[in-house]
Design a protein around this ligand. Sequence first.
Ligand code: FAD
Ligand code: NAP
Length: 336
Amino acid sequence: MKIAENISLKPYHTFGIEVKARYLAELTDRKELPGFLSSLGKDHKPLLFIGGGSNLLFTRDFQGTVVRIMTRGITVKKENPGEVFLAAEAGEPWDDVVKFAVGRNWGGLENMSLIPGNAGTAPVQNIGAYGAELKDVLWSLDVFDLGTLESHTLLNSECGFGYRESIFKQAKGKFLILGVTLKLSKKPVLKLDYGQIREELEHSGVSDPTLSEVREAVIRIRTRKLPDPSVHGNAGSFFKNPVVSGELLDQIRFEHPEVVFYPFGDQFKIAAAWLIEQCGWKGRRQGDAGVYPNQPLVLVNYGSASGKEILDLASQIRNAVFEKFGIALESEVNIF
Ligand code: FAD
Ligand code: NAP
């Protein structure tokens, strides 16, 4: 593997912040990993493995080695009359995997269409959209333990999946995910009653949708609502939707009967976008750092914002939401 020195990271992450890595390497074959790691000198550390860079905010230059995961390949591992076990290398773009499955009428991924990033990163925050989560379809994954330098396979139950959470997000830098195996259905059951999917299908005159029609509907909704990172830098939802007790929700409902919330186990999930809008931040801009008008959960780099400016905006929003509602928003984006 070649190592380049003093490289701009701007093309490699979707916030489009101008920062540099002291070293940059690209992994295209998982077999090269042990040799690469043992060849590194002290000044190459720390290491940061990245995929599509769509869930990152760099606030400063990275003083070690950034490794882009670029391993590719989608293969059917095994199948039976009802299911197919589809394996994807970590560097495979997630949406290519979704497209591959939907094209063969294998169900389970369609609601997660057009989520940016790589297949190997999808388990890190247990990606989810429109009522579907990675944990619903993940069978197992191959990991490289960066402590012991050994590879092994983890089953779904060993990944500690929660709402936008996993052991990989909690213990950053312990495991590198090399590939995922997904269990998909040959007799798909569609999930249409989340967000605007059903409305979108009805609007286009579709009453009995195929998987492809669901995928297309999701792509249309997302394209309308979310900023395209190639136009306006962003990393999707900056904050997680907070999960609160029934008591706190009742207090909020007393003053704001219109609060947007959903049951979440024995607690309640409040739409963070609603909280941010109530605090007057929707559409606001400070220099080139802004809050996206169509979806205030997304912070945007309108041009040449620095990571610190985005972080400062996030911190003002967090303070405002805490003061008004007593809720501490947590970042979903990984900050470096
Ligand atoms: P990166 O940003 O490259 O990395 C994220 C983190 O994972 C970093 O800490 C990195 O070190 C670590 N990492 C990367 N690769 C590996 C690996 N192979 N093994 C272990 N750790 C690794 N997310 C959702 O859940 N749902 C959505 O609907 C959604 N919509 C989005 C829309 C937009 C417009 C954008 C910009 C983002 C959106 N996201 C969404 C967030 C993001 O796309 C996902 O979290 C995605 O899985 C990140 O993948 P990535 O390869 O870009 O990760
Ligand atoms: P939306 O449809 O406007 O809904 C707002 C929030 O309400 C969402 O965050 C969603 O929570 C929740 N919600 C909506 N319908 C629900 C239901 N039936 N049951 C439980 N919760 C419900 O959201 P949006 O911003 O347009 O996003 C649509 C989907 O794409 C969401 O699932 C969202 O998570 C996902 N998305 C994620 C990111 C990211 O970066 N993480 C970026 C863009 C979109 P959930 O978020 O828990 O689903």
